[in-house]
Structures are given as structure tokens and as C-alpha cells.
Design a protein around this ligand. Structure first.
Ligand code: ATP
Length: 229
């Protein structure tokens, strides 16, 4: 049984259909990359999984439970740890307060998250609003880990960040994979980095899953055609 199993999703925004028959799965311990050009439906797929947009059709099963029509906070409680696009944190809380507000019992606590993100530990008493973009992204990932998720979902975790900060974030994701085997669903456009950390890719085009498989089966012509790299 897959940890996450999404089948035949259809999502509309008003009269316009954003997803058509999208299916994907993530096994326990696996990292899956969700890819595609701008506007192809990646964020909508993530939102559909997390209960943040209504489904017109399809099923979402997580850890054996049907979560398709579950509100987002209940899906989160079952172990979906979402790091949304735009890295939302509470700007007027300190780093530590942001982390503690997200905490749920489990192996991830303040000490473990601080070891993974020493920069956040140094800034624990600072308001989140005063952090750099990269530090806010780290805080958003750290907050998701504090919920002790069974599946971490990262939507464009490196978007808009300087190359040196992007490398830091990718290094953290790689460490999470190596040291914990946490299941991860990643949306990103950097094929080179995704290849290093993800086991498989699912590619969306115009709201449909048009390719899925292991990265070694993704040839240059296909990636140029579907992702533009
Ligand atoms: P990007 O890489 O640019 O973030 P994406 O692959 O994540 O893109 P989505 O954000 O899921 O794509 O968008 C899929 C389609 O749905 C696009 O055509 C987009 O314009 C449309 N869309 C997304 N959000 C809304 C919304 N709130 N209302 C109406 N249309 C929307």
C-alpha cells in the first residue's frame, strides 16, 4: 500500500479546469518530484492532496485513509507536512515561537531541528519578519518537520533564492533523505538538483500527468519538451 495514492484528480477554478485525471503515488521512504512548466498544475495538485482546493473528481488516500474531502487541518494532523509556495511563517513571532507553535509529539523537536538548521538556532529569539528569504524558507521547512510528518511536501522550496542559499536548502533535503528516509513530495524546476535527491518524477502538462518514471529513464528530449531544460 502506498503512503500517498492520488487517483484521477479533477479540479476546477470556477469554469476553468486546472487538473484532468491526475494520478500519482509516493511510497514510504520515497522521494518523488512533481515537475512541469509554469502553470501546468503542480501547485493545484499539492493543494488538492492537502485539502486546500475542492475536488470535482478523484481519490486521495494517505496512510490507508481516504482524505479527499478532509479539511486541510485534519489532513495535516494525519501527517501531511506542507511547506507551501511563498514560505508562510508568523512574521511577528520569533523563530522559536514559530517552531513551537507547529510542534506535535515525535522525533522532531526543537533540538533536532536546530541541529539541522544551525542558522535558525542562532536566530531563535529573532522575529521571523527580520529573517532573510533563505532563512524564512528554512524556518518553513523546520516548522513542517516540527509537526512530525509522515510525508513532507515542498512546493518550490528554492524559488527566488540566491544560488548559495539554494545549495544550502538542497543540502538539507539531501540530508533528510540520507539520515531519516522521510518520504518527500517535491515541486521544483531544477532538474539537476531533483535528480540528486528524488527517486522518481511525475511530469504535468496542461493539468495532465504526461510522464512518470525513474530519473534515469528521463531522456534529454523528453525533459526539454516537458520541462524546458
Ligand atoms: P507555477 O510553476 O507557475 O507555480 P503550477 O504548475 O504550480 O505553476 P498551478 O499554480 O497549479 O500551476 O496552476 C494551474 C492552472 O490553474 C493555471 O492555468 C493557473 O492559471 C490556474 N490557477 C491557479 N490558481 C488559480 C486560482 N486561484 N484561480 C483561477 N485559476 C487558477
Amino acid at each position: 500500500m502506498s503512503l500517498l495514492s492520488v487517483q484521477n484528480l479533477a479540479v476546477f477554478y470556477g469554469p476553468s479546469q486546472a487538473l484532468f485525471d491526475v494520478s500519482l503515488s509516493v511510497e514510504a521512504g520515497e522521494a518523488v518530484a512533481l515537475m512541469g512548466r509554469n502553470g501546468m498544475g503542480k501547485t493545484t495538485t499539492i493543494k488538492a492532496v492537502c485539502g486546500l482546493v475542492p475536488l470535482a473528481d478523484g481519490t486521495v488516500r494517505f496512510a490507508g485513509r481516504d482524505i479527499a474531502r478532509l479539511p486541510a487541518h485534519k489532513a495535516a494532523r494525519l501527517g501531511l507536512g506542507l511547506v507551501p509556495e511563498g514560505r508562510r511563517c508568523f512574521p511577528n513571532l520569533t523563530v522559536e515561537e514559530n517552531l513551537l507553535a507547529a510542534a506535535r509529539p515525535g522525533a522532531w523537536d526543537l533540538a533536532r531541528v536546530s541541529a539541522l538548521f544551525p542558522r535558525l538556532a542562532e536566530r531563535r529569539a529573532q522575529m521571523a519578519a527580520t529573517l532573510s528569504g533563505g532563512e524564512q524558507q528554512m524556518l518553513a521547512i523546520a516548522r513542517a518537520l516540527m509537526t512530525n510528518p509522515r510525508l513532507l511536501i515542498l512546493d518550490e522550496a528554492t524559488e527566488g533564492l540566491a544560488p548559495v542559499v539554494r545549495r544550502e536548502i538542497w543540502a538539507v533535503i539531501a540530508r533528510l533523505r540520507q539520515e531519516t528516509g522521510l518520504a518527500i513530495l517535491l515541486v521544483d524546476k531544477s532538474l539537476a538538483e531533483l535528480r540528486q535527491v528524488a527517486d522518481r518524477a511525475v511530469i504535468l502538462q496542461k493539468g495532465r500527468d504526461v510522464w512518470s518514471g525513474r530519473f534515469d529513464a528521463l531522456d534529454t528530449a523528453t525533459s526539454e519538451r516537458l520541462i524546458g531544460v
